[in-house]
Design a protein around this ligand. Structure first.
Ligand code: S3P
Length: 437
């Protein structure tokens, strides 16, 4: 699947009041915790994207009765902490790093052997960051050479509680350790080097599990028990970010994004855009099932280049592809540092974005841990998303300021996090066409 964007119209803008699909991180966790809980949980606003559907398929393969998703609604009959069954085959998690890293923790304490695998992109991503702490807990996990998937997890291991100082700021590693900790006897603690998303801690509490959080450390005490609850998944701020930047850069644009999750561990994109001068207003702030949400209105404005504060990097880690587009449209230079984690996402997001921006005539220089971008004109051309959903959607929004057409190759994986992106964006005025091949 390709996207073709008509640039050079000068008239293209973005308008509308929309709700983007459900939060990917929260959707994954809702299936995992509800499956292990005692009783029936109902989830609404669930992301019906390939990544979270892979989590649903994995738990079905382990014997959990899951109804839906239909219209964002899912009903999960929890089997209890010890109720999962050995799957008949290895679990294919597709493109989803979150599924693999969180499941590694959760499955390390089961009675059965299981193998986790993924697509070509996931098969190249680092897993030692989860197998190291899990081995320290007593888990037995084999990886491919180089510490990549598949993961072969041996069952019937007794896990012991540990205190783990994480070397990288990663919510997936933190969550993996906490989920394994539910099965270990005693108190498992994880300390992070910088603040990362805390959906696991919040949702564990919603399922009745006592999570102690103190500063940068989160602890759970095992063996734990979870009790079914209902979860309302807010719209994903990472998906809303494409429209925040689109509305900021498109002449006369004015977009309202409804029911967006604004968990403070996720709002780096709003803070960075505000530092660049964006016109963003949050209204109707409320709390839904332990997660703060708001409606977000964004209007076109002139952005200026900044040096992005490094402490905001983990709070906007998935939003850098679209922030690089904002930087390309800003006045002056934008510098991103301390973002080397971008090199091990669904693609090497530093290299792939720099290559794509250069193909469109933008002065962008990749560095080891970020990028230096000189704002100016965006030209026309062809870019490859390298199968990375967020790269594809970012370059699509760039068309709002491009002098000619933009062709984006390898866009199928947009469905991992944002099914219906092209249709929704087109309904707001983005001149996008899907080309199937
Ligand atoms: C996620 C954590 C982040 C993020 C990913 C989702 C999660 O990954 O990039 O899209 O749901 O915990 P890292 O933990 O590798 O930073």
């Amino acid at each position: 699947m390709k996207f073709k964007l008509n640039g050079g119209l000068n008239s293209s803008s973005l308008h509308g009041s929309i709700r983007v699909p459900g939060d990917k991180s929260i959707s994954h966790r809702s299936i995992m915790l509800a499956s292990l809980a005692e009783g029936t949980s109902h989830v609404s606003g669930f992301l019906e994207g390939e990544d979270s559907l892979n989590t649903v398929r994995a738990f079905r393969a382990m014997g959990v009765n899951i109804d839906g998703p239909a219209d964002g609604k899912v009903t999960i009959q929890g089997v209890g902490m010890a109720g999962l069954n050995a799957p008949a085959q290895s679990l294919d998690l597709g493109n989803s790093g979150t599924s693999m890293r969180l499941l590694a923790g959760l499955l390390a304490g089961q009675k059965f052997d299981v193998e986790l695998r993924g697509d070509a992109s996931l098969s190249g991503r680092p897993m030692k960051r989860v197998t190291d702490p899990l081995s320290a807990m007593g888990a037995r996990i084999e990886t491919a050479e180089g510490g990549t998937p598949p993961l072969k997890i041996a069952g019937n291991q007794t896990l012991k509680a540990i205190s783990y100082q994480m070397p990288v700021a990663s919510a997936q590693v933190k969550s993996c350790c906490l989920l394994a900790g539910l099965y270990a006897r005693g108190k498992t603690c994880v300390t992070e080097p910088a603040v990362t998303r805390d959906h696991t801690e919040r949702m564990l509490k919603a399922f009745g599990c006592d999570v102690e959080v103190s500063g940068a450390t989160a602890c759970v005490t095992g063996p734990a028990k979870l009790v079914a609850t209902d979860i309302d998944v807010p719209a994903d701020i990472s998906s809303a970010a494409f429209f925040m930047v689109g509305a900021s850069i498109a002449e006369k644009a004015d977009v309202e994004l409804l029911h967006v999750g604004i968990n403070p561990t996720r709002t780096g994109v709003i803070e960075i855009l505000k530092l660049m001068g964006a016109d963003i207003a949050l209204t109707n702030q409320r709390e839904v099932g332990g997660e703060p949400v708001a409606d977000i209105r964004v209007k076109n404005t002139r952005l200026k280049g900044i040096h992005v504060p490094e402490d905001l990097v983990p709070l906007a880690i998935d939003e850098f592809p679209i922030l690089f587009i904002a930087a390309a449209c800003a006045e002056g230079q934008t510098v991103v540092t301390g973002a080397e984690e971008l090199r091990v996402k669904e693609s090497d997001r530093i290299q792939v974005m720099a290559d794509g921006l250069q193909a469109l005539g933008v002065d962008a220089r990749a560095t080891d841990d970020g990028m230096v971008i000189q704002g100016g004109e965006i030209g026309e051309g062809t870019v490859s998303s390298h199968g990375d959903h967020r790269i594809a959607m970012s370059f699509a929004m760039a068309a709002l300021r491009a002098s000619g057409d933009i062709h984006i190759e390898d866009c199928k994986n947009v469905n991992t996090s944002f099914p219906g992106f092209a249709e929704l964006a087109a309904s707001c005025g983005l001149p996008i066409q899907i080309i199937d091949y």
